[in-house]
Write a new protein. Sequence first.
Length: 228
Amino acid sequence: MPEHLTSAAAPAPSDPAVPAARPVPGGAGPVVGFDLDMTLIDSRPGIGAAYRVLAAETGVPIDVDLVVSRLGPPLETELACWFPAEQVPAAAARYREVYPTTAIAPSLALPGAAQALEAVRAHGGRSLVVTAKNEEHARLHLDHLGLRADLVVGSLWAEAKGGALRAQGATVYVGDHVGDVRGARAAGAFSVAVATGGCTPDELRTAGADLVLPDLTAFPAWLAEFAR
């Protein structure tokens, strides 16, 4: 996901029934892609802090609570709601300048994030982080929180994620937004959605998610069945 998000209303637990597992080509472990914002990390505190700096510096009133309630699309998409089109590139550049010193430390790992990544490794697989956030900032978040992924690909949103997932042979993509479901579909990957972002379980199912989990804590058990 990108540099902002949707707020996580307490999701109603969905049925984590395990669908039929699909074989992994060549007997290798699964290749699993993960979104970043509100899938692996709760970046709302950090993103909110960066937007407050931007608002203070530019004098533009930004409803930060609204911004962090709808994270998912690219940064420029959100900035266009607050700045004239000709000012968006400069605002985005300044936001990215202040991001490392304002947004990394306040952001937290979501429950089950480390265990989900470890579960992929335990099955001999590879984990990818494919996000709309730029790669540099994504890596800063992962390093700060001690989350280990085998590959990080940034600046991709929705269907554009499909190319990176396909290129790496991903059979599963995990995300919190309907855009992530579309990315999984574009890659021909199994779409696992977690209801930790701003999209409801019903919205994720309607978008085509193959499985909706309340959060990542349920993912290792599901993966153990999927990878058998």
